[in-house]
Design a protein around this ligand. Structure first.
Ligand code: C2E
Ligand code: MG
Ligand code: MG
Ligand code: MG
Length: 287
């Protein structure tokens, strides 16, 4: 490393950087094609009532079926889609897929629950967003109560004024809004009063502190408890992300957070695999 950065070397243009740039460029070209070639698909993760495992809603999580590389997770292409502006094409595709899935399930007699769709910051601040989302739902004949949109706390903090305006418009159209990854942004809490969201999604990093140890250090749980309490006091629903263990489930129930999603209940699944669970209406923890 020290040697590679020594005198006479191209510190910012090593063969590795070159390769990475090339890869990113290639991925961008591939993504452009993917958007026209039906390579984008959704997996769905249930949000469950921790008391009885009942499925309350689903989160739609995008995947890319790459012809050579296989299934690519959003962490590898959403940031790219955001920096290249391709997110403005990808976002509508995701919403269309979610709406179509609701209609498919309805047609098959599968009991449906609302679907939550993630919005990126670039989409949140787009003029006419509420209009577009409203038109899409209406075009599919889907009631706005069947759709929720997740915006991240860090996106909202980019411009609280515009986030308030966008969320207000979406609420007026009957959509629910969740504040995603809550607790990870550099948020001053005063903005929360003004942002008319329905729920807080407690970031998974807070829950990760809780494991099977019987005695937890106070600090490990203090912030988690404070966030749950804050949501409670503001009259917001709380959804815990990333429940992986029975100890975490018990902790949440003991602290008045009754809704969660996580591998302990169910990984994000393709629609066909979710169907039996939707028919049953519930999932078994640990299964
Ligand atoms: P997110 O919205 O916070 O979604 C939750 C992520 O946590 C998902 O990762 C999910 O698979 C994962 N997860 C759920 N339960 C557990 C658990 O128990 N343990 C662990 N370790 N992870 C768990 P995924 O599907 O890879 O998505 C990552 C992120 O990509 C999402 O985070 C979201 O920010 C973004 N994303 C996904 N789909 C979309 C989309 O359609 N549009 C936009 N703009 N962003 C999306
Ligand atoms: Mg989300
Ligand atoms: Mg999240
Ligand atoms: Mg997250």
């Amino acid at each position: 490393m020290a040697k590679a950065e020594g005198r006479g070397s191209y510190r910012f243009f090593t063969p590795e950087t070159n390769e990475r740039l090339h890869e990113q460029f290639q991925l961008e070209q591939d993504l452009r094609l993917a958007l026209e070639r039906d390579e984008i698909l959704l997996h769905f993760q249930p949000r469950v009532d921790l008391r009885d495992g009942r499925i309350l809603s689903l989160e739609a999580l995008v995947r890319w079926q790459h012809p050579q590389q296989g299934l690519i997770p959003p962490g590898r292409f959403i940031p790219l889609a955001e920096t290249t502006g391709l997110i403005l094409q990808l976002g509508p595709i995701v919403l269309d897929l979610a709406c179509r899935q609701l209609l498919d399930w309805q047609a098959q007699g599968v009991p449906v629950v609302p679907i939550a769709v993630n919005l990126s910051a670039n989409e949140l601040f787009l003029d006419g967003l509420a209009q577009r989302l409203g038109n899409t739902a209406e075009g599919f004949g889907i009631a706005p109560e069947m759709l929720e949109f997740e915006i991240t706390e860090s996106a909202a903090m980019r411009s609280i004024e515009r986030a308030v305006a966008a969320v207000t418009e979406l609420r007026q159209r009957g959509f629910s809004i969740a504040l995603d990854d809550f607790g990870t942004g550099y948020a001053s809490l005063s903005y929360l009063n003004r942002l008319p969201v329905n729920s807080l999604k407690i970031d998974r990093s807070f829950l990760a502190e809780i494991d099977e140890r019987p005695e937890l250090p106070y600090q490990a749980t203090a912030i988690l408890k404070a966030i749950i309490g804050l949501g409670d006091n503001l009259g917001l629903a709380r959804i815990a992300e990333g429940v992986e263990t029975e100890a975490q489930r018990r902790f949440l129930l003991a602290h008045h957070c009754t809704v969660a999603q996580g591998y302990y209940y169910c990984r994000p699944l393709p629609a066909e695999q979710l169907e039996p669970l939707l028919r049953a209406g519930r999932v078994e923890p640990g299964g």
